[in-house]
Write a protein that binds this ligand. Structure first.
Ligand code: ASP
Length: 716
């Protein structure tokens, strides 16, 4: 007989199970170890993931660095507005401004190429840790160790591609020095824009609201992927046909409600939860503040350049957006590191771990010096932080210098056997490397490039003597850094043709010897910088070799100490995370509820960018034309939803899926306090944000009048 107490305990257990989300971006190999039914899943977990058959994961794609999902059997993909933004920007001109006005293809023939976009679908995976680690030997030189692992990973991928013709293979490091997984992907290259709402919907609230809840952004778009008529992956061609996905997600126009169980599938980019306090300290003190300040300044420069000329503003739009996104995230993370005192907390955890290690002589023998050794690597990194970070941003800040550097590096790398090349120059990647360079040149703006390069050269030229790079020293002929750099810039730009796409393409297949005879100031600078970057690469390979060896030991002993098995940090491989639609307390006596509505859009509207809601939306909202998208209790169209899953960048565009396996939202952001997720996740503050499917459909139907898309998704 069930006593009252046991009934109470049973209910309590059920409640705890149902209401707790977990930290974790679970690899698909772990899905069946999770008791998702007990958490609220109503479908058979096999329908979610079935290695031997078709399941929901077959509907999930990586697109443009984001996630997306198939929502029709004709390859229609639902993702974020900010994920399609680069495509809209590349296709925009002053006359056809798709950023401001949005883009809608009324017919398939009107769907516009999303230049540079690819789609990746996970087909299968296999643990290859043993094979990868067979490449290393105990006393191996540390830089050699890194190279050996890298080479082995490339070899395994190349072998797998031979066994799976037409597929793409990639080996991913799950735990440095410990776990490696080979993934086989379907990789498609003809992606097109279908519907991108105007910026005043898709990016409503702009940078003011970015990383913030409550949110009212319609951050969604539709794209489509095409293949050759025989179904094989192909480059863009008007004769291509829509791809037929193995699985599509059913779109659920009824949406979700507060408290509902949800899960996300996607390709989260990078988290650093398994790193030590040393890494965090380096990030907090050096890397993140440097980048946030640099980007802040670069954004201001680009905005100013675009003020008088829309053409220039369009050229800069995607870069501004992506820098602003990173900059604000870093500011949020710096606040979070400080607020939570994370470095100190980590140090205390490490001190506990050290005590555990020291408490057993055998354990001490194996793991005793791991933490101090990691500390030493970071001491070295820290002692050269400033100059190394400047070197990292020097070429990438200037399209001209980075084109020159790539050209020179290509001439050296392309001579090596394919598997020994830097990955950008391998045969499988080189066409895309070229494409990316050409994209950057298409957005080239002389004055911006000069301004950025001048600043970075000034920074490099002002480093203390012992950190100064010879190639930069050579520019300082009079000793007056400002004057010398200005004179280099003034002479170099008019003398170079590297902003010419055709010329760059030619140089990309020119030999090193020939390049050395060309009298181009940027090529000369790139050549002079080359030895410095090579030395830095070698140094980093040595550090990585040390860290990979030490991290493997660290994870081992931490697992023994905490008696748990860890989930690998995010690394752009397919993951699942689950949780519940739920609000939170960001501050004392403040509670945020988890669903926003159209009413909030109108309340925020000022008529000025980024709060300039289109007239049509205002009229529809005033007329309460909600159609079937009204939330029964809120009496309005839900716009965004909040939930306690574990996400990071790359999860942008991830479908938010309900207990029945249906799509109810599109993930696009995190709340301010959750920017720190990348270092530490907590149920109390980690909240992710999606655009509610009801707003997606309402905008598509009532504002975009794209009824054909609703029909295609089986909703009409
Ligand atoms: N909006 C975010 C991004 O751009 C998504 C996230 O990081 O949660 O990366």
């Amino acid at each position: 007989m069930i006593t009252r107490l046991s009934l109470f305990l049973l209910l309590l257990a059920l409640f705890v199970n149902f209401s707790l989300a977990d930290e974790g971006m679970y690899p698909i190999s772990d899905i069946h170890k999770l008791n998702l039914k007990a958490k609220g899943l109503k479908i058979d977990p096999n329908a979610l993931y079935n290695p031997d058959g078709v399941s929901l994961i077959d509907a999930i794609v990586m697109v443009g660095g984001c996630t997306g999902s198939f929502v029709s059997s004709d390859g229609l993909i639902l993702t974020n507005h900010h994920c399609a933004f680069g495509a809209a920007q590349a296709a925009s001109t002053k006359e056809n401004d798709y950023i401001a006005n949005g883009f809608l293809a009324k017919t398939r023939a009107e769907e516009a190429q999303a230049i540079g976009y690819t789609v990746r679908i996970t087909d299968s995976y296999r643990d290859v840790s043993r094979e990868v680690l067979s490449a290393v030997t105990e006393g191996m030189d540390l830089a050699e160790r890194t190279k050996a692992i890298d080479r082995k990973m490339k070899e395994l991928a190349a072998e797998a591609e031979q066994q799976h013709p037409g597929k793409r293979a990639e080996v991913s490091e799950m735990f440095a020095g410990r776990t490696y997984v080979l993934f086989i992907y379907t990789y498609l290259r003809d992606v097109r824009m279908v519907y991108v709402p105007p910026r005043s919907i898709g990016e409503f609230g702009g940078e003011t609201d970015n990383w913030i809840w409550p949110r009212h952004t319609g951050d969604f778009s539709f794209m489509r992927v095409y293949v050759a008529p025989d179904g094989s992956p192909a480059d863009y061609s008007p004769t291509n046909v829509p791809y037929k996905p193995r699985k599509i997600l059913k779109v659920q126009p009824a949406g979700v409600d507060e408290g509902d169980f949800v899960f996300l599938l996607g390709y989260p980019g990078r988290t650093n939860r398994h790193r030590t306090s040393h890494f965090m300290q380096y990030e907090e003190q050096y890397r993140m503040p440097y980048i946030a300040n640099l980007y802040d300044w670069q954004i201001a420069v680009m905005k100013e350049m675009g003020e008088k000329d829309r053409e220039v503003a369009i050229k800069h739009a995607a870069r501004i957006k992506s820098l602003a996104n990173v900059m604000k995230r870093f500011r949020g993370q710096l606040k979070g590191l400080d607020r939570l005192n994370l470095v100190e907390k980590k140090k205390l955890e490490e001190a506990d771990l050290q005590r555990f290690i020291d408490s057993d002589p055998r354990r001490n023998e194996v793991y005793g010096t791991v933490l101090t050794e990691i500390g030493k690597v970071y001491e070295e990194i820290t002692s050269r932080a400033e100059s190394e970070i400047i070197l990292d941003f020097l070429p990438s800040s200037s399209t001209m210098l980075s084109a020159a550097y790539r050209i020179y590096e290509a001439s050296i790398e392309r001579q090596k056997p394919d598997l020994e090349r830097e990955s950008a120059y391998m045969d499988r990647n080189f066409p895309r490397t070229k494409e990316t360079m050409l994209r950057a040149l298409a957005d080239y703006h002389d004055e911006t490039d000069r301004t950025f390069l001048r600043e970075l050269l000034m920074q490099a030229g002002s480093l203390p003597m012992n950190q100064r790079v010879p190639a930069i020293g050579a520019l300082l002929t009079t000793g007056n850094v400002e004057r010398d750099i200005a004179s280099f810039i003034d002479k170099a730009y008019p003398a170079s043709k590297l902003n010419n796409e055709q010329y760059v393409l030619e140089l990309l297949s020119t030999s090193k010897e020939e390049l050395e005879t060309i009298n181009d100031p940027f090529l000369k600078l790139a050549r002079a910088l080359y030895p410095t970057y090579q030395a830095l690469k070698e140094t980093r390979q040595r550090r990585e070799g040390a860290l990979s060896k030490l991290s493997a030991l660290l994870v081992d002993v931490k697992e023994q100490y905490l008696k748990t098995a860890f989930i690998p940090d995010a690394n752009r491989t397919l993951r699942l995370t689950f949780g519940y639609i739920r609000g939170y307390n960001p501050a004392d006596a403040t509670y945020y509820s988890p669903i926003t509505t159209l009413k909030g859009v109108i309340e925020k509207t000022t008529g000025e960018e980024p709060f300039d809601t289109p007239e049509k939306v205002i009229n529809l909202a005033n007329a309460k034309e909600y159609g079937r998208y009204k939330h029964p209790k809120l009496n309005d169209v839900p716009v965004a939803i909040l939930y306690n899953t574990d996400t990071t960048g790359g999860n942008s565009g991830s479908p938010v899926i309900n207990a029945n396996g249906e799509l109810v939202g599109v993930n696009f952001d995190r709340a301010w306090e959750a920017t720190i997720n990348d270092f530490a996740w907590s149920e109390s503050y980690s909240r992710s944000i999606a655009v509610d499917i009801r707003y997606v459909l309402w905008v598509t139907e009532k504002v975009g009048e794209a009824d054909h898309l609703l029909t295609e998704m089986g909703l009409k």
